[in-house]
Design a protein around this ligand. Structure first.
Ligand code: NAG
Ligand code: NAG
Ligand code: NAG
Ligand code: NAG
Ligand code: NAG
Ligand code: NAG
Length: 279
């Protein structure tokens, strides 16, 4: 008879992981079937972390039992009491944090008892990525540049894909790193090193696998960046002016020299004529 009573209660939780947005509230669903009506004072509900068995929320004898509650859940949990006697033992968890991620077990006892676990996953969208160029200017085709793509405040790790202007995946010389802030949210930094061609385009794409959300930025390294380096330009102009001046000076000198030598020749000629006359 007793073992039959244990079978009177059957718990149901979602099979698929529950995805919650960082900072938002989430309902961890748990419902139980029951055959006979009961009072609120007859039901015991425990929510706990499956791995560590730490208490997330407790309810028995008609009221919340929170003395055992793990401190990180304080003031963030509640049951839907009005629906408890209808077989609803769902837990409202407020202001979800990355640290909340994990497996939760829902335990209910009325006449019989049962428990089941569900998985909570936390997600946060990344900011739109920004790309910086190193070096920034004086670029010419053939130069090696580093493009750094950064996006903030996301979770979990995103897949980072670099593509060129025609959509081809770039796979070489990409270094992607992840740093977590104190809230557990990630900053993703991906550095692409390439040799510039005229009109190089690059697309940095971040895909958050949990949210199936993509953030991307398209950059074109154009004539704005690829330019005649101004310093070299002025040096070139300066040199050209010097050279021109030098040529003019040279020409002037030459002309005088030629003139002088001509006069010399004429004088020489006159002298010779005189000699002939004398002789
Ligand atoms: C239980 O109650 C909550 C709050 O009203 C609701 O969101 C949820 O869908 C209900 N049912 C189950 C099975 O959790
Ligand atoms: C619920 O409690 C009331 C008073 O405490 C009692 O009269 C009633 O029989 C109880 N119902 C069940 C289903 O236990
Ligand atoms: C929870 O709320 C109570 C009452 O408002 C407060 O005294 C306590 O410091 C809070 N605990 C946490 C961990 O926020
Ligand atoms: C680029 O790589 C991503 C991820 O590895 C893949 O999903 C996509 O199909 C690739 N695209 C091309 C054009 O190769
Ligand atoms: C990767 O970068 C290094 C130096 O930064 C360069 O020598 C090498 O050729 C690059 N490899 C590819 C495949 O572009
Ligand atoms: C570079 O792109 C600009 C604008 O898209 C275009 O006008 C120009 O012809 C391109 N130059 C080369 C060398 O492809």
């Amino acid at each position: 008879m007793l073992s039959f009573l244990f079978l009177l209660l059957k718990i149901q939780v979602p099979d698929l992981p529950v995805v919650a947005l960082h900072g938002k509230d989430v309902t961890l669903k748990c419902s139980f079937s029951h055959t006979s009506p009961f009072n609120l004072s007859d039901v015991t509900v425990f929510w706990q972390l499956t791995d560590t068995k730490r208490s997330v929320h407790g309810f028995s004898m008609g009221q919340d039992q929170l003395t055992e509650q793990a401190e990180s859940y304080a003031n963030r949990t509640s049951l839907f009491l009005s629906q408890l006697t209808m077989g609803n033992a769902s837990l409202l968890l407020q202001r979800v944090a990355v640290a909340d991620e994990g497996s939760y077990t829902c335990f209910v006892r009325v006449q019989g008892h049962d428990s089941a676990a569900l998985l909570l996953q936390v997600a946060a969208p990344y900011t739109k990525p920004e790309v910086t160029l190193e070096p920034e200017s004086n670029l010419r085709p053939g130069d090696e540049v580093a493009l750094t793509c950064v996006a903030y405040g996301g979770y979990p790790k995103a897949d980072v894909i670099w593509q060129d202007g025609s959509g081809r995946n770039l796979t070489d010389n990409i270094t992607t790193s992840v740093v977590a802030n104190e809230q557990g949210l990630f900053t993703m930094t991906s550095v692409l090193t390439v040799v510039l061609e005229p009109n190089s385009s690059f697309n940095c794409r971040l895909i958050n696998p949990l949210l199936s959300e993509e953030r991307s930025i398209f950059v074109t390294v154009t004539g704005q960046n690829i330019a005649f380096p101004p310093v070299a330009l002025w040096v070139t102009v300066g040199l050209a002016v010097c050279l021109l001046g030098l040529l003019i000076a040279l020409a002037a000198v030459c002309r005088r020299k030629i003139k002088e030598s001509c006069e010399e020749a004429r004088r020489e000629g006159r002298r010779k004529k005189k000699k002939q006359v004398q002789g």
